[in-house]
Design a protein around this ligand. Structure first.
Ligand SMILES: [Zn+2]
Length: 152
């Protein structure tokens, strides 16, 4: 028997989005906690390109890839699940940096210059509270070469 107070608490909890220190963003959903098989589709995934987050089910499937509902970038489901971890997220960006990552960021922004979109991406990263940890790890991966390049 669940008390009324406990029920209210669960309803409240179900409406919260949680951003964990490791970047995993989860919908605090009592239902999904009960039924583990639903967790995957209730999981909120962060699009690394535009930094918007949506439930995995909102990323439409197209030819085996997931399409970001905001910027239209296509990603593997495995990538979307993986980058819910800050280290994996930085590794993804770092590994992708010479294959066009920075050209694909914030395509939802009207001003299309690389600089404007990069600034917007950084702003969004900052508002997620991840700017510091992200760039610290990124710099660590780049090592001594960091000073010589602008942002890639
Ligand atoms: Zn996106």
């Amino acid at each position: 028997m669940v008390s009324w107070k406990e029920q209210q608490k669960r309803i409240e909890d179900a409406q919260q989005m949680l951003l964990n220190p490791d970047l995993s963003i989860i919908k605090n959903n009592f239902k999904s906690a009960q039924n583990q098989s639903n967790v995957k589709f209730d999981t909120v995934c962060l699009c690394p390109f535009c930094l918007m987050s949506y439930e995995l089910s909102r990323f439409a499937l197209r030819k085996g890839l997931r399409v970001c509902p905001n910027c239209g970038s296509q990603l593997k489901s495995s990538t979307l699940s993986e980058i819910n971890n800050l280290d994996k997220f930085v590794d993804f960006v770092f590994g992708y940096r010479f294959s066009g990552f920075w050209n694909k960021i914030c395509l939802d922004v009207l001003a299309k210059t690389t600089e404007t979109r990069f600034n917007e991406w950084n702003k969004r990263l900052h508002s997620l509270g991840l700017s510091y940890v992200f760039w610290e790890r990124y710099k660590a991966l780049k090592g001594d070469n960091y000073e010589n390049e602008e942002y890639i």
